[in-house]
Structure formats: C-alpha cells, structure tokens
Write a protein that binds this ligand. Structure first.
Ligand SMILES: NC(=O)c1ccc[n+]([C@@H]2O[C@H](COP(=O)([O-])OP(=O)(O)OC[C@H]3O[C@@H](n4cnc5c(N)ncnc54)[C@H](O)[C@@H]3O)[C@@H](O)[C@H]2O)c1
Length: 247
C-alpha cells in the first residue's frame, strides 16, 4: 500500500539491527536507499539484500559523529541519487554505567554518536530538502529518553536531546513541508539488547504491558509510516513503539 518508488532515503547505522530492517522496509516499498555504517562490510551486506529486492542501493562508510565523514557521505548520496527525500538518524551506541562510575569519555562518545550525529546529518539533509520543499527526517530515540533508565545517564540524555532536536528542527522546517519526527522504541530484540544478562531481560519483560520484547520490524513499520505520504501532516511528534511501556 505504501509506495516510495521515485523516493530516495539514507539510513545511518543500516548495517544491522533496526537500521537494516528500516532499509529493507523502504526497499520493499520501492525506495532507493543509501546505507551508511561505521562498519562498511555490514552496510555492503545490507545493500546486497536491498538490490535483490530490485531497488538502487549504495553502501557508504561513515562515522556519523564526524563532521567531515558526514559531509563526504552527503556528497556521495547526491552523486549517486541526485536527491534525498528521507533521512533516518538511526546509528546509536550504549556505554552503560552508573553516574558515579561513568568516565568522561563514555559520556562524550555516546553524546557524539547518538546526538551530535543527528545535528550534523539533519543540517546536510535540510539543505537538500529545503530546495526540494519536501522531505522527511526520522530520528530513532528511545523510551529511556522519556523515562530515564538506571545505569544509562549518557544514553538517556542523548535520546532526550534527540527529542528536543526533533521538535526544534520540526518547527524550523515545517514551512518548507519537511516533517521531522522521532520514533522511541522500547526494548527491542537486537544485538544491543542481547548484551543484557538474561535475569535483567526477564525483569524488563515483566514491566512491559504486552509482556514481550519488540522486534526490529515493529520499529521499521512505524518509520515506514512516518516516511510515507500517509504521515504528511504529522510533525514534531514522538511515536513510542514499546508494547505499552510508556503511556
Ligand atoms: N535495541 C533496542 O532495544 C533499542 C531501543 C531503543 C532505541 N534503540 C535505538 O535504535 C537504534 C539502532 O539500534 P540497534 O538495536 O539496531 O543497534 P545495533 O548496535 O544493532 O546497530 C547499530 C548500528 O549503528 C552502527 N554505528 C555505531 N556507531 C556508529 C557511528 N559512529 N557511525 C555510523 N554507524 C555507527 C553500528 O555499526 C551498527 O550497525 C539506535 O539509535 C538505538 O539507540 C534501540
């Protein structure tokens, strides 16, 4: 039903997990996709899967926390596609620890990768989208940016910052018909949550009204909706995909 043929998208951190699933959803809707990742071999694997679905796709190596990498990445996208309709700021990391034990480097790294990256990529994308007078920016936040979470002061702050960035950029770009929204996943089964001990996972699931972890596909479906013409009049919103955890 959702048709993104003739559209082009960039998914950061698209080599695996939620980003890979978003790239696949876009490709299934006919969208050309640039997949960027700090680990380019994973991005190349995703691109092969996308090409098998019959769409144009490119793999780009970039550390999205680095301004010159981001600039080069956007140059490559314009060279490959000549346009960019959809940006998904998905790349993210965790470096968990209690406030009193957290090192300054762990704070800085998480803020750079999860938050500064969205500033850098949104700025580049906005230049292209403002000229086109249309576009979609979707930021992958987290429910912990809304509720906070024990042992994740850096991660929760980065995701709360991403929500503030989303609302501000939404206001600044609305008059150009560019929508900017955040998707806030709850606990999703990916490599990121695999790192948690089983006992911790069981405790987490008990607190979820739907009593199960979400899947990368659950998040990708919400992103596809926000990127589609169905969401044309929705901007500045945070859509939680969390089995009812935050309500
Ligand atoms: N898994 C969850 O439960 C969950 C919950 C809420 C939010 N999220 C968010 O969803 C997003 C994707 O998470 P995931 O679970 O798929 O994680 P993941 O670790 O499986 O994938 C993240 C991807 O980002 C890439 N990446 C990391 N640092 C990068 C950098 N500096 N530049 C470019 N790429 C980089 C990694 O190589 C990897 O391919 C993240 O922003 C994460 O914070 C995940």
């Amino acid at each position: 039903m959702i048709d993104l043929r003739s559209k082009t998208a960039l998914v950061t951190g698209g080599g695996r997990g939620i980003g890979r699933e978003i790239a696949l959803r876009f490709a299934q809707a006919g969208c050309a996709v640039a997949v960027s990742d700090i680990d380019v071999t994973t991005a190349q694997t995703t691109v092969k899967e996308l090409e098998a679905l019959g769409v144009r796709a490119v793999a780009l190596q970039a550390d999205v926390a680095n301004g010159s990498d981001v600039e080069a990445m956007f140059k490559s996208i314009v060279a490959a596609f000549g346009a960019l309709d959809i940006l998904v700021n998905n790349a993210g990391i965790t470096r968990d620890g209690l406030l009193v034990r957290m090192k300054e480097e762990e704070w800085d790294l998480v803020l750079r990768v999860n938050l500064k990256s969205a500033f850098l990529c949104s700025k580049e994308a906005a230049r292209i989208m403002m000229k086109a007078r249309s576009g979609r920016i979707i930021n992958i936040a987290s429910v912990v940016g809304i509720n906070g979470n024990f042992g994740q002061v850096n991660y929760a702050a980065s995701k709360a910052g991403l929500i503030g960035l989303t609302k501000t950029v939404a206001r600044e770009l609305a008059s150009r018909f560019i929508t900017v929204n955040a998707v806030a996943p709850g606990f999703i089964a990916t490599a990121m949550t695999d790192m948690l001990p089983d006992a911790e996972k069981e405790k987490l699931v008990k607190n979820i009204p739907m009593q199960k972890l979400g899947s990368a596909a659950d998040v990708a479906n919400a992103v596809l909706f926000l990127a589609s013409p169905l969401a044309e009049y929705i901007t500045g919103q945070v859509l939680t995909v969390d089995g009812g955890l935050v309500m």
